[in-house]
Design a binder for this molecule. Structure first.
Ligand code: NAP
Length: 393
């Protein structure tokens, strides 16, 4: 952990009027009080920001960068915010990551919530000033040799540095020579590519586009796709506290994705495969790509047993076949979808191209209408319950 260290949410005791609004608003019970102060439990707070807007004084809106979080007991004793152990500012990139993720989650139609059973994520451990240095230990092309899309499975090893992640979280990369950060979903399980390895995987598509003004090459994607084993990469994060997997072997999970949007679902699948291959819940994937050659992880996916994962692989540009998108296949599997929607422990995740969520909403609305279900109302309830998630770019 670098000098700027951990982010901690604190309440200014000099300004707070002890109105209890924050404690009543916090969805995960991270805020508590005694006779003296209202305080935030650093072990529980996931920076969801739900408490910030309702606070009438602004006393809630304080964020420390600390090397060691202030305990509840210390906070209960405060008369004012202390200067000790406090680094000057929280890196602005953290706010940039929150803004990027908030934008990516917009398609959920409201504020996202983590599944109730999800493990507690660690966020913002490394920032631009102190990135974790990871070594590339693998860079494998996962689209067929002749395919136009060059999609790579990158493995980043953290050596002796602790970089704890959960499936569904993202990391940030700032390519050399650029100021802008790009987020990439983690494509491996929390305990690494193989159990108990200190690494994580990314799914990166090399962006090269012909534009009227000339060829455009994505700075971060080309930087990552060009890394060779042994190269080092600065990693920021981890980020994301809502697009997380339920820690419930009985939960069915419907995963709808396009292209590299499959990244988090590879992590979900690996997690299930390792921890609860015989659980009652199953993973159900609708995955769209232009052709089998362009579908990331096409080969490895074929080896995942159907008892863990059902797969609907959908192709939009197969010669001699009509264009098909994931939402078209969902319509074709309406009966299966309706059966899934009837399950109280179903979680729905969408990941991929911006606009995908709109197509999925339309398909589910249509399916629902034919089966006496109001999908949009159901979606909003599921979101409130942490069972509906969308992450699109
Ligand atoms: P892509 O190859 O451009 O597209 C994948 C498939 O989706 C194609 O068959 C495409 O069909 C189809 N498609 C296009 N518009 C659609 C729509 N409105 N609804 C349903 N399907 C549609 O995908 P990609 O370039 O890999 O892009 C994946 C997206 O995932 C990117 O926006 C990326 O930012 C995002 N993402 C990436 C990560 C990551 O970690 N790398 C994580 C989360 C999200 P046609 O091309 O034939 O129209």
């Amino acid at each position: 952990m670098g000098a700027a260290g951990l982010k901690q949410h604190v309440i200014d005791p000099e300004v707070c009027i002890r109105c209890n609004t924050c404690e009543a608003t916090c969805p995960i019970g991270a805020i508590t009080h005694d006779d003296n102060n209202y305080v935030v439990d650093p072990e529980k707070c996931n920076f969801c920001m739900d408490c910030v807007a309702p606070c009438p004084t602004g006393s809630i809106d304080h964020w420390f960068a600390v090397e060691r979080p202030f305990s509840l007991e210390e906070q209960f004793g405060w008369l004012e915010l202390p200067p000790a152990r406090v680094a000057p500012t929280v890196d602005a990139l953290e706010d940039e990551a929150s803004a990027l993720l908030a934008e990516a989650h917009r398609g959920a139609g409201g504020k996202a919530r983590a599944p109730a059973s999800a493990s507690k994520p660690r966020v913002n451990l490394f920032n631009r000033a102190n990135p974790a240095v990871a070594t590339v230990t693998g860079n494998i092309r996962i689209t067929a040799p002749g395919a136009s899309a060059d999609v790579r499975h990158l493995i980043l090893d953290f050596g002796t540095v602790a970089f704890p992640v959960l499936e569904g979280q993202s990391i940030g990369i700032v390519p050399p020579g650029s100021d802008a950060m790009r987020l990439y979903s983690i494509a491996s399980a929390r305990d690494g590519e193989r159990p108990n390895t200190n690494n994580l995987a990314l799914t990166v598509k090399r962006v090269v586009e012909s534009r009227p003004e000339g060829e455009f090459r994505g700075v971060a994607s080309n930087y990552l796709c060009d890394r060779a084993p042994g190269d080092t990469v600065g990693v920021i994060g981890p980020f994301g506290s809502t697009f997380l997997m339920p820690d419930d072997p009985d939960a069915d999970i419907l995963m709808i994705c396009t292209g590299t949007g499959a990244a988090p679902f590879r992590g979900f699948t690996e997690r299930r495969r390792r921890t609860s291959p015989n659980g009652r819940g199953r993973l159900h994937m609708f995955f769209g790509a232009r052709s089998p050659n362009e579908l990331p992880y096409f080969g490895p996916l074929k080896k995942v047993p159907a008892t863990i994962l059902t797969q609907e692989l959908v192709f939009s540009r197969e010669p001699g076949r009509p264009r098909e998108y994931v939402q078209d296949r969902m319509r074709a599997r309406a009966e299966d979808i309706v059966a899934l929607l009837a399950k109280p422990a179903l979680h729905v995740y969408i990941c991929g191209l911006r606009g995908l969520e709109e197509g999925v909403d339309l398909a589910l609305t249509e399916i629902g209408r034919a089966h006496n279900l109001d999908w949009l109302a159901m979606r909003d309830i599921m979101r409130e319950e942490g069972r509906f998630h969308s992450e699109t770019y």
